[in-house]
Structure formats: C-alpha cells, structure tokens
Ligand binder design. Sequence first.
Ligand code: FNR
Length: 342
Amino acid sequence: MSRAKRKLEHIQHAISTGQDKTHGLDDITFVHQSLPNTSVNEIDLQTSIGELSISSPIFINAMTGGGGEQTRKVNRLLSEVAKECGLGMAVGSQMSAIKDPGERYTYEVVREVNPTGVLFANLGSEATVDNALSAIDMIEANGIQIHLNVIQELAMPEGERNFSGALSRIEKIVNSVQVPVIVKEVGFGLSTETAYQLRNIGVSILDIGGFGGTNFARIENNRSNRRLDFFDEWGITTAASIAEVSNLTRPIPIISSGGLQDALDIAKSIALGASAAAFAGVFLKILLQEGQEKLVEHIDQMKADLKYIMTALGTRSINELQKSPVIIKGETFHWLNQRGID
Ligand code: FNR
C-alpha cells in the first residue's frame, strides 16, 4: 500500500475510531479558591516552552503526512487556523517529501500561509541528520518533532520491526540542527526513564503523547486482522505521563497531548507540569466534519474558558497555573504511588 493511501486511511480511522477519553485527567481535581483576587481581563495565556515564546499554550499537533493533494489541503486549512488563532502547529511526517521532492509543496504551504507563526517540522526516529535539516528547511521550522511510535509500527502489518539505534540518531540530530528538538510519543505516553534518556542527550522539549485519545494500536488493528489486540490498552495515560516526565530532577519543558478535549484538560495538564497542550484527533474531526470556521470558534471558546478557569484558581499566568495545587485520585493516584512520584 502506498504511504499516501495509508495516511488517508489513518485520517478516516482516527475520525471513526474516535477518542478513548481515558487520559487520566478525570482523576485530577483543582482545589477551589474563594478569594482568587483576579479578573478575567488580566489573565495572560502567553507561555514559554524552552526558548520558544508563544501567545497561547494551545498547539495543533502533527497529523498530515503522506503527501498528495489531501495533505496539502489539510495543511493549508490547519495553518490558516493556526495563524488566525495564534497557535503553534506541527506538520505530519515529512518523509514522503524527503523521498520525493515533488511532494514538498504539500508542506511548504504552511509557511506560505503563516510566515511568522511557530511551526514544527516532523519526522520519525529513523531520520538522519540530512533528513532533519531538509525537513526544517522545507517549512523554515522553529523546531523539529521526532516521533516515537514503536507500538504503532508493531501493530502495522507493513510496519518497522527494528527499533535499534533511535537514541543515537536523535542525539546526532540534536547536535546538528539549529532549532529545538522536540521528541514526541503518538499516544502511548513517555515514561520517566525515556524522558531521562532524551534529556541527557540534549533534547529540548518533550511532547508526552499520552494514552487516552487517538489510539494507533486500535486504528492499526482495525485496519488489519486485529492480531495484536493486546496493544489496544497499552500505554501510559496522559495524566500519568506528564507526572512521570515532570518528576525528573532536572526539568525539561513538557507539551501535554493525547486525548485532550477542552480547556479543563489544558488547565489540568499545566497544573501537572506541562507548559503547553497539543490537540490532534479532536481538531481534525471538527475540521473535516464541521469545517474550518467551527474549528476557529472551538479554539476561541477554549481560550476564553481557560481564562475563566485561571481566574477561578487565582492564577494570572501559565507559570502561576503550573503551581496550582491539585488532588489526584483513582488509577492515576495508584500509578504515581507505585512509581514513587509525588
Ligand atoms: C497523527 N499523529 C502523528 N504524529 C506524528 O508525530 N507524525 C505524524 O505524521 C502523525 N500523523 C497523524 C495522523 C493522524 C490522522 C492523527 C489523528 C494523528 C499523532 C498525533 O500527533 C498525536 O500524537 C496523537 O494523535 C495523540 O493526540 P490526540 O489525537 O489524542 O489529540
């Protein structure tokens, strides 16, 4: 099957399989404050993620790989939304355009549409330094995401079976590119151990890509004969993964992702230690089923809601929200307890 056809199938399955919403964030509760001493109009959503500074903590995560007209169209629509709403955005894997330069235009469109926005390039951990440089150059990227998707590959009949050498390839990229390197999971979550390895080779930012949203094990199993259905429930939830990674003694900036739906999910993610929150499946579904205008409305609403939540908590900035106390119950509590994370 061609890469473009497989990616199209991913879009269809991601929308029909939908979101698990088992991201663990329902185990998190804020502590109500009756005297917050804040006003909605003084809330500032500006955030810093390592050296990147951006006016909103909301990101559009990587979704459009594979090349072809459909990729270009979705990339154009999403980058118009990113520009209008002032969001950062990652493109999907650019490997197709590296293998076939005739496909570059399907990604270049994001920079044409949004000349000054924060844009991330995207490749898998098989990428070489040359691949990374070319992906960054293609969209004049402000950072590059390297995705880790072992479970997805294993669940794909035509997927990769050899995962050796990924860490040293990522290290070479870190040492050779001029922009921050973001390593991301795609819905199975990053652990403390993985985060530690990645931070030690100089990775700048981690997108934890937790379990509980788009589920690529289920998508791949649904596309094939469901042989590996034991992977359907595999992974670290988004809530547990943020806590796992913020548990490092030397911190690393975190982007929360994996099943995020609304402003409360963003606020809880930030209170657990994230600096930003990235959305994939939900945004794609709204875009393709309800249209671009509805997606813009949805994002504007989330920003307004986030300001209300921050007002109620008495936190004027993302930095203050990160320090807001939370109560952790249920499976997330037990997970953190057994992992010795407070
Ligand atoms: C993705 N995702 C993804 N990630 C990546 O790093 N490179 C890619 O090319 C893609 N492609 C892709 C296609 C489609 C259709 C979807 C829905 C997702 C993964 C995505 O960025 C994210 O990590 C996961 O989808 C989890 O987030 P959500 O969907 O639960 O918000």
